[in-house]
Each structure stands twice: as structure tokens, then as C-alpha cells.
Design a protein. Structure first.
Length: 138
């Protein structure tokens, strides 16, 4: 089985849900979110986590970069979408297909970077504290 490496930048709330799922799946999209969009390269995921997630109060000013493997046959269903610069490429997975997409994740979801915004004060979640201490990028 061939796999492709994908990345997903997330804030604290989504990271907690990933932890609660045993690092095996991404949580359902919110009602107003029509797509799930993993990105195709670490550089772009890091850019989003550092420049956007760390400025988002709803994500507690934390940006996590996750990395995961997905079966290639699943990836091939969704053409890459370029949304800006040359490296700003992502897949657009319709929200209603996220469970099926999650089923194609091979292994687990790994946290490879953590960015901390200037306005971050603390987290009440011990797992998030541990991730910050182990993976912290800045």
C-alpha cells in the first residue's frame, strides 16, 4: 500500500480533539466549515500555524503542525488546489467525506512543530502542556 505524507496546521481546540481521538483521526468539521483541507507540504503548514494560528484567540494563540500518512488511493480522489503562493497547495475534502478520509490514515497523527503566539498565557490541558514542552518550535 502506497501512502502520501500530508500536514495539517491546527489550534489548541482541534489539537485537543485529535489527542482525545488517540491521534488517529481529525474531528468533524463545524457546521459552517464545508471542507477539511490538509496541506501538501510542511513549509506551508508551518506558515499557517505560525502566522495565523498564533494570532487566533479561539485557538489559544497556539499553532500545531501535524504530519500523517494517507493511502494514496484516497489522495488521488482530490486534485491539489493552489490557494496563493507556489507552495500553497492543499486538498479539499468535503466535510461529509472526512470520516472516510480518516479511515485512510495509516498509523497516527504526529505533532512535529508547536508555535506559541505572543498573547498565549497558559493552557488548562496537561496534554497540550506536554506537547509544548516536548515539541516547541519558538
Amino acid at each position: 500500500m502506497k501512502t502520501t505524507t500530508l500536514y495539517r496546521p491546527v489550534g489548541e481546540k482541534e489539537m485537543i480533539l485529535i489527542i482525545e481521538a488517540g491521534f488517529k483521526k481529525f474531528p468533524p468539521r463545524l457546521e459552517w466549515q464545508p471542507i477539511f483541507y490538509p496541506v501538501l507540504n510542511e513549509e506551508y503548514a508551518s506558515e499557517i500555524a505560525e502566522k495565523w494560528n498564533t494570532r487566533d484567540e479561539a485557538g489559544n494563540y497556539l499553532g500545531f503542525v501535524t504530519r500523517f500518512e494517507v493511502q494514496e488511493e484516497m489522495i488521488n480522489r482530490y486534485p491539489a488546489q493552489n490557494v496563493g503562493a507556489r507552495n500553497h497547495n492543499e486538498l479539499w475534502i468535503p466535510s461529509e467525506e472526512l470520516d472516510h478520509f480518516n479511515g485512510a490514515i495509516v498509523g497516527g497523527i504526529e505533532v512535529i512543530k508547536v508555535f506559541i503566539g505572543r498573547d498565549f498565557e497558559k493552557t488548562a490541558n496537561n496534554d497540550i502542556t506536554n506537547l509544548i514542552n516536548v515539541v516547541k518550535t519558538n
